[in-house]
Design a protein around this ligand. Structure first.
Ligand SMILES: [Zn+2]
Length: 828
């Protein structure tokens, strides 16, 4: 092997050798270790390819419910007949039900285990999580405690009987209830049982739950009006699964719900002037809607824009008048995993048919329900956003599977149920009585409607376990809602870009995405934003849209109306793309590493020709280019002449020649070197000399720990540029440092890693080679005023007269919620 080729090889293999040594002990970390050893073993229910197996099963639970809403006492009373079908191969001797309302009992596990300034409490700043701030308690927390003290909350459960009238023993354990069956329930058999229930509904603004009521004391009607958003309202069967058995993790408020599919018939009795929005299809419109409303609904099916079923004027009249008596609304829903509804006389109602075609559900009624407090925002954007969501999501997954898709305004900021979503945004009343909204409120409305309607796909149809893996519904759904948001209006910067998760991924306060919901710190970045960015990078940067979209759609198809686990998602994405992504799942979902690649150095290599007449001269030039001794340089600057310059007579042969002078001795050696080369070696050398390519070795380091592809923008000395992507697999033997040889036909000027910020790289400055001057701003500021009680002029302040404050008119005689509602009168 010739010396020159050896020279290049030594340089490259040298790093590989030291890397291998380094990884044998201590700092060893195999970022490409296969994930299968950590994933559950494949079995007859779930294949190693991430598909439902040949023996896949899930339970079926059908409900027949009668429920009555008492507006004045804010109370629900109901009875439910449940039909439970055991499709599992196991024999069940008891059933578990979820009693979510028990979470609000003062002795619930959630209440008793709540830590002070718990990071799961909304709005606790990061510094408080570090324990640096002195303890403080908010007015909102005081209000919550007072509401919990003043109200009897949680379920009242009556006798449980089976379909033959026999009383079944039951045991309540926190938010769960076990029902002991009279005889074991074998595979393929069903059991029916009945029970009565009642509970006092929580005030959403006081306790911040996933359902509840909102009181409008200022409305014209005596006692004001109420919007009820009703969910987690009936005893629901806990899921029984092939991967966990009974999913009996307590409801602590954060981790959402793991449920079974089934069919529902629900009779909802409400005040006669209420409008009800509900999961399912209204089965008795002639009993609860006027002829006018029914004909408007018919007209809405083919409308080009939303049609009012209840107009703003009609809603305003409703909320001012009130009516006596009740009406019962009957809804039926097929193959849903939950059931929720909303009721109020304040509702304006609009609807528009969405003809999506296909066999599944050719016509979907998109509908919105909102009070005047949501206008004019809601009539303009809510139903439109519902339809837009179905348009985009169906392209990524499957046809919208249900006959209705509804968006209801109320006190719950954003929450999803089959066919119905609760969304929070409101508008602001101006002095002249008209209403207006900010850009933020518009973004919030369109964004939250897309997000919550999107949940009807994930997890209401692709039924992942929300209690365990929040990212499987929130992450997948946030990724899709960001795609849908960008297709709504890319100029409104409301969607998560890779760069937006950088601070979070660098922070100390995080846990891996694969953390159980109730233990996650900072739910938003962990379960929503980071998975969104991960999937965006997978789609746009690593796999490309064609591969990603095919695999994602396959995941949705496989698990539609079934129950996937994380392993099923990871495996399906690999199976359908044909790409090993274990390193990606491992880095993004199982660690808290972040992305920070650095381009530390670029070497320019020159090919030695071995011809002394070429190489010696090059080496002489290289030597001459080096700086001379600083004293010699200073001497020269002073004009000090050297001895040799002063005494030219002492010059000899070595003053005219140097160590790079070529003699025939070297020329003969070169001839001999060429003669000794094998033919193929000579050919390779001659071609390389002739091509005279530019050899560069780029040294990269991975400072964040997460391995990622290295996306390079090569900028050449001639002003041209070129993209050069290095796959993540370059890190497979050493995840800290790698070198890469680039053989280029042009001279390189500079190089940038990830110029378009696609990879969530935490420090983009070390992506530039050579480094650039970092732009920043000079902020002009004034020294803060001195504060503290001793800086007051108490001598003057003591003369201040007391102002008289009158409570504002809240309509019900209660104290105003905020100080601004109180009128203070200055002494004259
Ligand atoms: Zn969500």
């Amino acid at each position: 092997m010739s010396k020159l080729i050896l020279c290049l090889l030594v340089l490259l293999s040298g790093s590989a050798a030291s890397a291998a040594t380094e990884q044998t002990k201590g700092s060893f970390k195999d970022t490409f270790r296969q994930l299968d050893e950590d994933l559950p073993s494949a079995n007859a229910y779930r294949t190693a390819g991430g598909e439902p197996g040949h023996a896949y099963w899930q339970q079926k639970v059908d409900y027949d419910i009668d429920v009555t809403l008492d507006e004045d006492t804010r109370r629900l009373t109901g009875s439910v007949a449940i039909d439970y079908t055991n499709n599992s191969p196991d024999t069940l001797r008891f059933l578990w039900l979820q009693l979510d309302q028990n979470r609000f009992r003062s002795d619930s596990l959630a209440e008793r285990s709540a830590a002070f300034a718990d990071p799961s409490v909304r709005g606790v700043p990061a510094k408080d999580m570090e324990g640096n701030a002195p303890p403080a308690i908010s007015l909102a927390e005081l209000r919550r405690r007072q509401f919990m003290d003043d109200n009897e909350l949680g379920y009242e459960i009556g006798t449980v009987t089976d379909s033959r009238g026999r009383t079944l023993r039951h045991k309540i354990v926190g938010t769960l209830m076990r029902i002991d069956l009279a005889e074991p329930l074998r595979q393929g058999r069903s059991i029916g049982f009945n029970l009565d229930f009642a509970f006092n509904i929580v005030e959403e603004d006081a306790v911040s739950a996933r359902s509840g009521y909102e009181h409008f004391p200022e409305d014209a009607r005596d006692g004001g009006n109420v919007i009820f958003l009703i969910a987690q309202w009936f005893p629901r069967l806990a899921a029984y699964t092939d991967y966990e058995g009974w999913t009996n993790k307590e409801f602590l408020g954060r981790g959402e719900f793991t449920l079974e599919f089934g069919d529902y018939t629900v009779d909802i009795t409400v005040p006669a002037d209420h409008i009800v929005s509900s999961t399912g299809v209204l089965k008795n419109p002639e009993a609860v809607l006027t002829r006018e409303q029914r004909s408007r609904l018919e007209q809405a099916k083919n409308a080009e824009q939303p049609v009012f079923i209840v107009t703003a004027e009609e809603a305003l009249a409703n909320e001012a008048e009130g009516a006596s008596g009740t009406k019962t609304w009957r809804f039926e829903a097929t193959n849903v995993r939950d059931f929720a509804w909303a009721s109020s006389r304040k509702f304006i109602w609009d609807a528009q048919g969405y003809r999506q075609g296909g066999d599944v559900q050719p016509l979907v009624m998109a509908m919105s329900f909102y009070p005047k407090e949501g206008e004019p925002l809601w009539s303009k954007y809510s139903t439109a956003a519902v339809i837009h969501t179905m348009r985009v999501y169906s392209r990524f997954s499957f046809d919208y599977p249900y006959p209705t898709a509804q968006s209801v305004n109320g006190p719950v900021g954003g929450m999803e149920y089959p066919m119905i979503t609760f969304n929070g945004p409101r508008t602001d009343e101006q002095d002249d009585g008209t209403r207006t909204y900010s850009l933020a409120e518009k973004r919030f409305l369109v964004g939250v409607v897309i997000h919550e309607i999107g949940h009807i796909y994930f997890p209401m149809t692709v039924n992942s376990d929300e209690r365990q893996w929040t990212w499987m519904d929130e992450g997948l759904n946030s990724f899709l809602d960001s795609m849908a948001g960008l297709e709504w209006d890319p100029d409104i910067p409301w969607k998560v870009r890779p760069a937006d998760v950088v601070q979070y991924m660098k922070s100390e306060h995080q846990v891996p995405i694969m953390t159980q919901s109730d233990s996650v710190l900072q739910l938003g970045p962990n379960a929503y934003a980071k998975p969104t960015v991960a999937l965006t990078i997978l789609r746009e940067t690593i796999l490309g849209r064609e591969l990603f979209d095919f695999a994602f759609k396959e995941y949705a198809r496989r698990w539609r109306f079934k129950r996937p686990t994380p392993a099923d998602f990871f495996r399906t994405m690999e199976e359908a793309t044909g790409v090993d992504l274990d390193w990606f799942w491992r880095g993004w979902f199982y660690t808290t590493d972040h992305v920070d690649l650095s381009l530390d150095r670029i070497w320019k290599l020159r090919l030695d020709t071995e011809d002394p007449d070429i190489d010696f001269d090059r080496r002489r030039q290289e030597e001459a280019a080096k700086p001379i001794h600083p004293s010699a340089r200073a001497n020269s600057a002073e004009g000090r002449r050297t001895w040799v310059e002063l005494k030219p007579g002492i010059r000899d042969f070595y003053d005219e020649n140097d160590e790079y002078t070529v003699t025939n001795k070297e020329r003969n050696e070169y001839k001999q070197f060429l003669a000794d080369l094998e033919d193929w070696e000579r050919v390779a050398l001659e071609r390389a000399v002739q091509e005279d390519s530019h050899y560069y070795v780029l040294e990269f380091s991975n400072l964040g720990g997460l391995v990622m592809p290295i996306l390079l923008e090569l900028e050449f000395a001639d002003g041209s540029s070129e993209r050069y992507d290095i796959p993540a697999e370059i890190w497979r033997r050493n995840h800290r440092q790698v070198k890469k040889l680039l053989v280029l036909d042009r001279e390189l000027g500079s190089v940038i890693i990830d110029p378009h910020w696609e990879t969530a790289d935490a420090d983009v400055e070390n992506n530039h080679y050579p480094r650039r001057i970092v732009p920043s701003r000079i902020e002009v500021y004034k020294r803060a005023e001195r504060e503290g009680p001793e800086f007051r002029d108490i001598m003057q302040d003591i003369k201040t007269e007391l102002e008289e404050c009158e409570p504002g008119d809240t309509g019900d005689g209660s104290t105003p919620a905020s100080a601004t509602e109180a009128e203070c009168v200055r002494p004259q």
